[in-house]
Design a protein around this ligand. Structure first.
Ligand code: ADE
Length: 280
């Protein structure tokens, strides 16, 4: 997979040289190219921003440097390995991190991991002139993505988040192909539950042992315990996931545990928890 990042802070992307993404690069599984947006400016001050039309606070990123940068990067894909050599031009998907984008989820990470080429356009200031996104949306698939309901000073941290979530899904990047199976939010396997707690040696640490069942060697009991813990944690930290849970994936024991945790089966089969009584 090829990843290009256009930014005014190339050094912010240094973490892409370490750990999982760094190793995937070293092994040739990821081709990461970080570009300085200011290389596509032509004035003495390398200006990338200007005041917003219509007034208001902050600055907006100018369209010209972005247009030149994106054109050059898109053009660089022609004749690259993977363009099929059939004359069909290989095009990237454009990823624009923004707090006003669609939420980044594991499902979206899986979708992005299936693309051969992503170009990231992280903005600083109040964002990029809208015409840039509208222009490239005519030629490319554009993903405007938010990594959460908070506002960062720029999109670079979001690029790191998205890149790591995507890279670990690429074939051969994680040592153990089974590793994503039980991930929190892994589609299917654990009914969209959060992962429960994990333990390793030593068996005693500061007077704390580990749950007996994990030493039993009884695979069925261990699987049941893990599922119960996943329900407990999900119920506590993400009750919205229990509310959305497809009742068809719940067995008798799941239902008993949910009842114990205060959940009630609603008429449609979904689960809800009675809220505190409203005082009249
Ligand atoms: N840029 C600023 N805040 C952001 C967010 N929450 N997600 C993605 N990009 C951003």
């Amino acid at each position: 997979m090829r990843l290009d990042v256009v930014t005014i802070f190339p050094e912010y992307l240094e973490p892409l040289n370490v750990s999982l993404v760094g190793k995937a690069r070293a092994r040739g599984q990821l081709d990461v190219r970080v570009h300085d947006l200011r290389a596509w400016t032509h004035d003495r001050h390398n200006t990338v921003d200007d005041t917003p039309y219509g007034g208001g606070p902050g600055m907006v990123m100018k369209p010209e440097p972005w247009g030149e940068a994106l054109d050059e990067i898109i053009e660089s894909g022609v004749g690259e390995p993977g363009d099929g050599g059939d004359g069909a031009v290989k095009l990237p998907a454009l990823v624009v991190p923004t707090p006003s984008g669609r939420p980044f989820t594991q499902a979206l990470a899986v979708e992005l991991a299936e693309r051969p080429w992503l170009v990231f356009a992280p903005a600083r200031y109040e964002g990029i002139d809208r015409r840039v996104i509208d222009e490239y949306a005519e030629r490319l698939d554009v993903y405007e993505i938010s990594i959460g309901d908070y506002v960062l000073a720029g999109g670079e941290a979001a690029v790191l988040v998205i890149t790591e979530a995507v890279a670990r899904l690429l074939p051969g990047v994680l040592g153990n192909a089974e590793s994503h199976r039980d991930d929190s939010f892994a589609p299917g396997a654990m009914a969209d539950l959060l992962e429960g707690p994990v333990y390793t040696k030593p068996p005693q640490w500061r007077d704390r042992g580990i749950p007996e069942v994990l030493l039993s060697g009884h695979h069925g009991k261990i699987a049941r315990w893990r599922r119960d813990e996943a329900f407990r944690r999900t119920s506590h930290n993400r009750p919205d996931l229990i509310e959305r849970c497809d009742p068809a994936v719940l067995d008798k024991y799941d239902r008993e545990l949910l009842a114990e945790l205060g959940w009630e089966e609603l008429p449609g089969g979904r689960f809800g928890r009675p809220g505190p009584a409203v005082e009249e």
